[in-house]
Design a protein around this ligand. Structure first.
Ligand code: PLP
Length: 469
């Protein structure tokens, strides 16, 4: 019988061993050691195709811009590009990487709260599709920079329209209490003041309501807000904006296997367990803005529109797993008891490569990669290798965001390889060499089923590459 976490034609069990796209994970571990990230190019393509289905339910072109911040190892960016997506970048570094991999300027949008002049120059030089402007000050800087370069910059303004989503507070990004974007009135003033600028092409409005937002109605509200803004801009300034950008945040089901669900607070589990069809949500939102267009006599604005989305995790999260080896074990009495004991397992994958597990207490389902079909009913305290008490795979703050214990087969011993699933997003992208730990190797299983090393494991030299001593 298939395990609940299995996904047909992608991640499954063959001959009792864990496979991704038909490749035996034990073979990869033997060759590359652990921790090891493994990604699937087919799954990336599948996820992009799934998002692109939204184009069939809206009456305008759709531009899917992969949020590079989720994972930007070069071969992954190339896989995303080859799968037909465009790209959203957040820094000069990500912009450079996108250009280096071959994204054209018109495939790139550039977000961020603190852009430097050098970064703006790069973006304007490359004629990117849109610089998404975070403040009035930044808009003046972009105009000045474009003027200096003798160019015209494409800009869209990022709004914070006070839309609350159901996600984690650190991932709420459309509220005034967040650090992002401009108040709608500021943006309207900007459109009015800059409408005749020869150095600015005011082409869109943007918002991002937050990451892993499970409520489709929030996207409807967001799209409606964006379209109403477009109508108001057109009425008050005569500018016909060419795109609206709904942001990213489409959720991923991290709890496909819900065996741990009883140990997680209900609202948190609901966040991690979301079954969400972005195309469906966008289709519903689109029908609402068609109503707004009819009611405000602005169907002509809809007719010339492009809809942008900038998903990260819904493209890359479930396309990546992290393989880790148990390196140590211990048995300890449960506090206050002399008869009950916790069985501890210490792995080689810490929050230096899975930061969200510490910061947001993010749930990544854990299985034994060596014994994937054995009954996962034994409770273990699992922790990473870092010299930091927060480097654990369970709840320590009483929030029940993570389970108290992880469920694995009986008698797991040092040497057994485990797999954390759905951890392709915001993992390696946020990794550090904390505690002198190497950044891991990454393998991409190509669409033809062949595994390819796309990032070497660090060496001692990498730990000191930029030190001067
Ligand atoms: C502006 C913006 N766009 C897109 C994303 C991507 O979000 P997700 O990976 O949840 O799709 C983020 C993530 O924080 C973001 O801040």
């Amino acid at each position: 019988m298939a395990q609940d976490w299995e996904i047909e034609d992608f991640i499954d069990v063959r001959d009792g061993r864990l496979h991704v796209d038909g490749v035996d994970m034990s073979d990869l571990v033997r060759e590359h050691r652990t921790p090891l990230f493994v990604f699937s190019e087919s799954r990336i393509r599948h996820n992009i195709d799934r998002l692109k289905r939204a184009a069939d339910v809206i009456a305008c072109p759709l531009k899917v811009c992969y949020a590079a911040k989720a994972m930007s190892t070069m071969a992954i960016l190339r896989a995303v590009k080859d799968a037909g997506a465009d790209i959203e970048v957040n820094s000069g570094g990500e912009l450079w990487k996108a250009l280096e991999i071959g994204f054209r300027g018109d495939q790139i949008i550039f977000n961020g709260t603190s852009k430097e002049i050098g970064e703006l120059e790069m973006a304007i030089d490359a004629d990117i599709y849109a610089i998404q402007v975070d403040s009035l000050y930044e808009l003046s800087l972009i105009e000045e920079t474009a003027q200096k370069l003798g160019k015209r910059a494409n800009v869209s303004l990022r709004l914070v329209p006070e839309i609350e989503s159901g996600t984690h507070s650190g991932l709420q990004t459309a509220l005034l209490t967040s650090k992002f974007g401009m108040m709608p009135d500021e943006a309207f003033a900007a459109f009015r003041n800059y409408r005749n600028s020869p150095h600015l092409n005011l082409c869109g409005v943007h918002l991002h309501i937050g990451s892993q937002n499970p409520d489709p109605d929030v996207y409807t509200e967001a799209l409606k807000t964006l379209f109403e803004s477009l109508v108001r801009v057109s009425r008050e300034t005569g500018i016909s904006l060419k795109h609206i950008n709904l942001g990213g945040g489409f959720p991923v089901n991290y709890l496909r296997d819900d065996s741990n669900v009883g140990d997680i607070a209900e609202d948190k589990a609901a966040l991690f367990q979301s079954e969400f069809d972005a195309a469906d949500a966008i289709g519903r939102a689109w029908s609402v803005i068609e109503e707004v267009a009819a009611a405000t006599d602005s169907k002509d604005l809809l007719a010339h529109l492009t809809l942008l989305v900038e998903p990260g995790r819904s493209i890359i999260a479930d396309a990546g797993i992290c393989l880790t080896t148990v390196r140590n074990k211990k048995v300890r009495p449960i506090s206050g008891s002399t008869e009950e004991f916790d069985h501890w397992l210490l792995t080689d994958a810490g929050f230096n490569i899975l930061l969200s597990m510490e910061t947001y207490k993010w749930y990544y389902h854990l299985i034994s990669a060596d014994r994937p079909v054995a009954a996962h009913v034994h409770r273990y305290k699992v922790a990473g290798p870092l010299c930091d008490g927060g480097d654990v795979y369970f709840d320590i703050e009483g929030e029940n965001r993570l389970p108290d214990h992880r469920l694995l087969p009986e008698n797991v011993l040092p040497g057994e390889v485990l797999a954390l699933l759905n951890c392709g997003a915001y993992s390696l992208a946020q990794a550090s060499q904390y505690n002198g730990r190497f950044l891991p190797a990454v393998v991409l299983i190509r669409a033809d089923g062949s595994p390819e090393l796309i990032r070497k494991r660090d060496s001692f030299d990498d730990l000191i590459a930029n030190d001067i001593y």
